[in-house]
Design a protein around this ligand. Sequence first.
Ligand SMILES: Cc1cc2nc3c(=O)[nH]c(=O)nc-3n(C[C@H](O)[C@H](O)[C@H](O)COP(=O)(O)OP(=O)(O)OC[C@H]3O[C@@H](n4cnc5c(N)ncnc54)[C@H](O)[C@@H]3O)c2cc1C
Ligand code: SF4
Length: 273
Amino acid sequence: MELLRPSDVAELDGGLFVAGGTEVVPLLRDGLIQADTLVDVRGIVPRGIDGTKVGAGTTLAELEANDRIPDALREACRLAASPQLRNMGSVAGNLLQSTRCWYWRLDFPCRLHGGETCHARAGEHREHAILGNDYCASAHPSDVAAALVALGATMRTTKRELTVADLYRLPTDDDRSLTTLEPGELILELDVPQPDTSVYLKAMERQRWSFPIVGVAAARNGDARTIVLAGAAPIPWVLDSPEALADATPLPGTAYKVEIAEALVRRALEAIV
Ligand SMILES: Cc1cc2nc3c(=O)[nH]c(=O)nc-3n(C[C@H](O)[C@H](O)[C@H](O)COP(=O)(O)OP(=O)(O)OC[C@H]3O[C@@H](n4cnc5c(N)ncnc54)[C@H](O)[C@@H]3O)c2cc1C
Ligand code: SF4
């Protein structure tokens, strides 16, 4: 395998991007992705925080430690993964991490792998989704993505500007991808507006080093409140109101997540009054 280290975006010509490598390396090792060329993007993706601008190469540890970063994002980073992973993992890499669905990770020929079946719906699905789960029942694992969507963050790539919310899409028969990122599109920078107040709450199996069973990011600007769930749908899920949880479509093994989400949403809204 070839490893490239470009020093200018103009040098990009295909290959698999790698930043911290905390996701790419295990996926390569397990044969879930293949690449002849790895492109280390750390020399071309900005890193660091300047006002509301956050370089896409900024690590979760750097976001967590910066008191100018909104509370919801700092807390989402603090509660993610482990200190070692937060030191290596970039914010862009976090947004693009793959599902933790065990069927997908074990390379079952499920819908996200191009097959005809969602094995989780009929099989083991305790950690899976309660919303938007008809086609694929995976639960989006990123705490950081939920916080950024709740904060109304936007991003700049080598091809366009978009909201972080618009980075995500539900998969269909025609397109199994969970993101709208095009091949070769590199995320360069995020803009994270400062809300009046924000919070991130997370239920997890252990107090540390655990993906969200349910995460709730909430932000308030004046009277406008935004609630976004992690671990509840195949993508970060914007909840129009707390009552919208009544429309959840849990699987037999994920009904408990609805109760957890209701409790966390209630607490999050109390915290941003
Ligand atoms: C054991 C474990 C526990 C974890 N727990 C949590 C958790 O609780 N909560 C949570 O939110 N996350 C969790 N994570 C995810 C972790 O935060 C991510 O693995 C990490 O942030 C990825 O960043 P990276 O720079 O290492 O990405 P990489 O592995 O380098 O890349 C990941 C993906 O992003 C692409 N990519 C990287 N940079 C760019 C860019 N600038 N533009 C376009 N594409 C790019 C790569 O091609 C690849 O597809 C966990 C991970 C592990 C391994
Ligand atoms: S939940 Fe999604 S990733 Fe998991 S088996 Fe079903 S289709 Fe595949």
